[in-house]
Design a protein around this ligand. Structure first.
Ligand SMILES: Cc1cc2nc3c(=O)[nH]c(=O)nc-3n(C[C@H](O)[C@H](O)[C@H](O)COP(=O)(O)O)c2cc1C
Length: 358
């Protein structure tokens, strides 16, 4: 039986165990979207996880605005900021994957540098609120991207992937999950387009496949991962009764690109779709289940349903989570009041076991 403690060869990368750090937005970037010295320290502290997937990072001004102070990866300053993170993580022997997050219609103009109306597949508001500097506000109705602008957005992802590699990252993860732009194209209640990006399952999948293909062409498929959350009803999305069919099609198309990994954030109780996607995907599968408990972390790797088990809250609150799990030691509890924004408190000051005992 495979356990999370067995080493693993993921494409060009040898990993010492099957854990990883799940992408987590922390809203602590500088005003220009550059990660600062605290981010360097935060990721360095968690290098024991071996494979670190960063917080969602926008590929453009338009991609920002779901949260305050998210980092970017499309200016020289961003590249320099991320280079310091990548160097620190590499010094500790770990790998860094930058998650490319374009929030699409989940953006609030208060949270973007240009304060423009958000962009989306169609002019349909998500019907939810987000945090701004002035408190929680309704997210406004977006404007629909023109067909040409969709091509330009694909290009933003391509350039951001090149910038990530220029910063020294080992690869990127395309954020196709959690209600953001790629999933907005997938969901018929957010995408009523009549061009080749809307309507059929093939058309609704096209944007995600084009982004993956453009990124893989630019930096190599062996440096390109993608995250999907089949059926997740986040950000007002509803993929409807065809969701299973949609993901079987999408994953089969993505499989043709020979990407480094597929990362599933899986919400369904039933494993039927998960098993189908596992068999459609020839390469590495990362799997996080919504609501997974600590005692269940290794279950899907042991059952052969996944290769790697990324950790979210437990990695956030425990810089030495790998040691703690190996020892069966108690974990620090996360403090949700410091998840998004602030300074070192709840970011770089969670104690290790050694600190706690001293
Ligand atoms: C504070 C916080 C921020 C998150 N930000 C992101 C993000 O930027 N991108 C993403 O794909 N998922 C994000 N997630 C979801 C996590 O990656 C993970 O899928 C989720 O927390 C479930 O795993 P867990 O039970 O191990 O925490 C975030 C989760 C938390 C707790």
């Amino acid at each position: 039986m495979t356990t999370i403690w067995d080493p693993y060869e993921m494409g060009p990368f040898r990993l010492e165990h099957r854990l990883a750090m799940s992408p987590m937005t922390r809203s602590r970037a500088n005003a220009d979207g550059t990660p600062g010295p605290l981010a360097v320290e935060y990721y360095r502290q968690r290098a024991g996880l071996g494979l670190l997937i960063t917080e969602g990072t926008q590929p453009s001004d338009d991609g920002q605005g779901g949260y305050l102070n998210t980092p970017g990866i499309y200016t020289e300053a961003h590249i320099e900021g991320w280079r310091a993170v990548a160097d620190a993580v590499h010094d500790e022997g770990a790998r860094l994957i930058i998650q490319l997050m374009h929030v699409g219609r989940m953006s609030h103009p208060d949270n973007t540098p240009h304060h423009r109306q958000p962009v989306a597949p169609s002019a349909i508001a998500p019907g939810v609120q987000t945090h701004t500097a002035a408190g929680r506000k309704d997210i406004p109705t977006p404007r629909a991207l023109s067909t040409d602008e969709i091509g330009a957005t694909v290009d933003d992802f391509r350039r951001a992937a090149l910038a990530a590699v220029a910063a020294g990252a080992d690869g990127v993860e395309i954020h196709g999950a959690n209600g953001y732009l790629p999933q907005q194209f997938l969901a018929p209640n957010a995408n009523v387009r009549e061009d080749r990006y809307g309507g059929s399952i093939e058309n609704r999948s096209r944007f995600t496949v084009e982004v993956a293909s453009a990124v893989a062409d630019a930096i190599g498929p062996e440096r390109t991962g993608i995250r999907l959350s089949p059926g997740a009803r986040l950000g007002g999305l509803d993929e409807g009764p065809e969701s299973g069919e949609l993901y079987r099609h999408l994953v089969a198309e993505l499989a043709k690109l020979d990407l480094l990994y597929l990362h599933l954030y899986y919400f369904a109780e039933d494993d039927g779709l998960l098993r189908d996607l596992r068999s459609l995907w020839p390469n590495t599968l990362l799997l996080v289940r919504n609501g997974r408990g600590v005692e269940q972390i290794g279950d899907d790797v042991a059952r052969g349903l996944a290769d790697i088990a990324p950790l979210g809250w437990s990695a956030l609150a425990n810089p030495d989570v790998v040691d703690r799990l190996r020892l069966g030691a108690v974990l620090n509890a996360p403090d949700p009041s410091t998840f998004y924004g602030g300074g070192a408190a709840g970011y770089t000051d969670y104690p290790t076991l050694a600190n706690a005992e001293a």
